[in-house]
Design a binder for this molecule. Structure first.
Ligand SMILES: Cc1cc2nc3c(=O)[nH]c(=O)nc-3n(C[C@H](O)[C@H](O)[C@H](O)COP(=O)(O)OP(=O)(O)OC[C@H]3O[C@@H](n4cnc5c(N)ncnc54)[C@H](O)[C@@H]3O)c2cc1C
Length: 467
């Protein structure tokens, strides 16, 4: 490690937990139990699902089973971009028509408002600041992609999106070499752990039982099996996202992809003046191996991307520890964006896993005959999507149990989507490694040649990925 990254806290789940405190773990399941709904996984998907179900049908007995503690997964480690992106929208447009995908996009736009509304209503102080999302281009090839992306988003009904040139971009955030940017108001920055802790407390206050330190080893029709007992329930909902491969029979369902983050020490007023970023937009770029960043509630920069994307055999992580080389790469990326921060200290680094389906499409399903449901495969866009997925699962359960009918949500095109499984190893490992090597090479080529079009390498990689 260089002197700027030595002494970095690495892992410990995430900076967000270090900042807000690790929770006192709730009691595990003690013996067999019976419920109406068993929810496996205490991240945003599981907790939002419990929240909406209990609100909609108060007499339901709901048990959440969490392997470690609520927020241990991506929900306690993410970049805090609450925004309207959803993995798979374009494929859903091809499969179900443009109008269906526009409905999905509208539902996502409304989801950003919904999360902010409930956080307020439940008194959850999640450090939310609604500054929108700013995505910048730093090379001619990125600019061409940015313009195409901008037009494409407008075609899905985002009339309030704005396109900026170099000067207008700098007026918002002074990113080195930025030649343009696209901004949408449908986004907010938040503190991921404060949201997940607040949600768990809200759900408990409604009368939902949460058992932590309780790993589910197998999900069968109407049963969630743990080492301490089995929960029998009419509905068992799998909300395990990037950890799904660890469940019996699910090894090739969603590939666990790693993403890593770093956070700086708090910046001084002078440093912020040099950078700008008064609007606290969430900030991203148009590189193939893209980065994402936020200005944290306590005045730091948290930035993510890159890292070793996938471990052989779908292994997941070890309390969020990331590789020294990734910490260096993220620091270099930060300084590339903001050269004035060359001397800034990185305080904490961590990683987490997200779930990637074979066709990169998020989905929500309830199998009516078995009572098994699941939601996820959000790739890197799950902070808002998990809320929409949860409301959809809630409506599906209500409809199936005779407590409700079809709704706008149950008719969205991602409901009941089927996808093939990932290839067995070693093909899976070789494929994902090759894919990310191709994206990184494409970024380097675009930067060094100043080409104006996307590198052919990246286009080939997109095809191989099935995106
Ligand atoms: C580093 C990183 C940065 C990200 N940044 C963003 C971002 O800025 N914006 C965005 O929109 N998305 C982002 N994402 C994605 C987003 O965080 C996730 O999509 C979202 O949090 C998924 O929520 P979830 O509840 O479905 O899954 P998780 O939060 O992963 O929750 C799953 C839970 O299930 C538990 N579990 C797993 N297996 C079992 C089992 N067998 N038994 C019981 N419990 C089990 C886990 O311990 C975990 O708590 C990021 C992800 C990562 C990793």
């Amino acid at each position: 490690m260089s002197s700027m990254t030595s002494g970095v806290v690495n892992g410990g789940v995430s900076f967000w937990f270090a900042d807000d405190g690790l929770p006192a773990v709730r009691a595990p399941l003690e013996g067999d139990a019976v419920a109406d709904v068993a929810i496996v996984g205490g991240g945003y998907t599981g907790l939002w699902t419990a929240y909406y179900l209990k609100k909609a049908i108060p007499f339901l007995r709901i048990i959440v089973l969490e392997r470690k503690f609520c927020g241990y997964g991506a929900s306690g480690r993410n970049g805090g971009w609450l925004y309207n992106g959803i993995a798979g929208r374009d494929r859903y447009a091809r499969l179900h028509g443009h109008e269906a995908a526009v409905r999905l996009q509208r539902a996502m736009n409304a989801t950003v408002d919904e999360v902010i509304r409930v956080a307020e209503a439940e008194g959850i102080d999640a450090g939310i600041h609604r500054g929108g999302v700013l995505e910048v281009a730093r090379t001619p090839a990125q600019l061409a992609r940015l313009k195409a992306f901008h037009e494409h988003e407008l075609s899905f009904g985002e009339k309030d999106r704005e396109l900026y040139g170099a000067r207008e971009t700098a007026e918002r955030v002074r990113v080195a070499d930025a030649v343009g940017s696209s901004w949408t108001p449908h986004g907010a920055r938040l503190h991921p752990v404060r949201l997940v802790k607040g949600l768990a407390a809200a759900v408990e206050a409604l009368g939902v039982t949460i058992h932590e330190s309780t790993p589910v080893t197998e999900i069968r029709d109407k049963h969630a099996v743990t080492p301490y007992g089995t929960v029998r329930a009419s509905y068992v909902l799998r909300c395990t996202e990037g950890f799904t491969a660890g469940l019996k029979g699910q090894r090739r369902t969603w590939l666990p992809m790693n993403s890593s983050m770093v956070v700086t020490e708090p910046l001084s007023e002078e440093q912020w003046e040099t950078i700008g970023w008064a609007g606290r937009e969430t900030l991203g770029d148009m590189a193939h191996a893209y980065m994402y960043a936020q200005r944290t509630p306590d005045g730091r920069i948290a930035l993510g991307g890159r890292g070793v994307p996938y471990r052989f055999g779908s292994r997941t992580d070890n309390d969020g520890t990331t590789q020294a080389a990734t910490v260096e790469a993220l620091r270099a990326l930060l300084v590339g964006f903001f050269p004035s921060l060359a001397g800034v200290r990185i305080e904490h680094a961590w990683s987490g896993v997200l779930g990637v389906p074979r066709d990169w499409c998020a989905s929500v399903t309830l199998d009516r005959s078995s009572g098994l449901g699941w939601a996820g495969g959000y790739v890197g866009s799950g902070v808002a999507t998990a809320n929409l997925a949860a409301r959809t699962l809630c409506d599906l359960v209500a409809m199936d149990s005779g407590q409700g009918g079809r709704t706008e949500l149950t008719d969205l095109p991602w409901v009941g989507h089927k996808v093939r499984r990932w290839e067995p190893e070693p093909l899976r490992w070789l494929g994902v490694r090759g894919l990310y090597a191709a994206y990184r090479a494409a970024d380097r080529r675009e930067q060094s040649t100043y080409a104006t079009g996307s590198s052919r390498l990246a286009r080939v990689a997109d095809k191989v990925a099935g995106r």
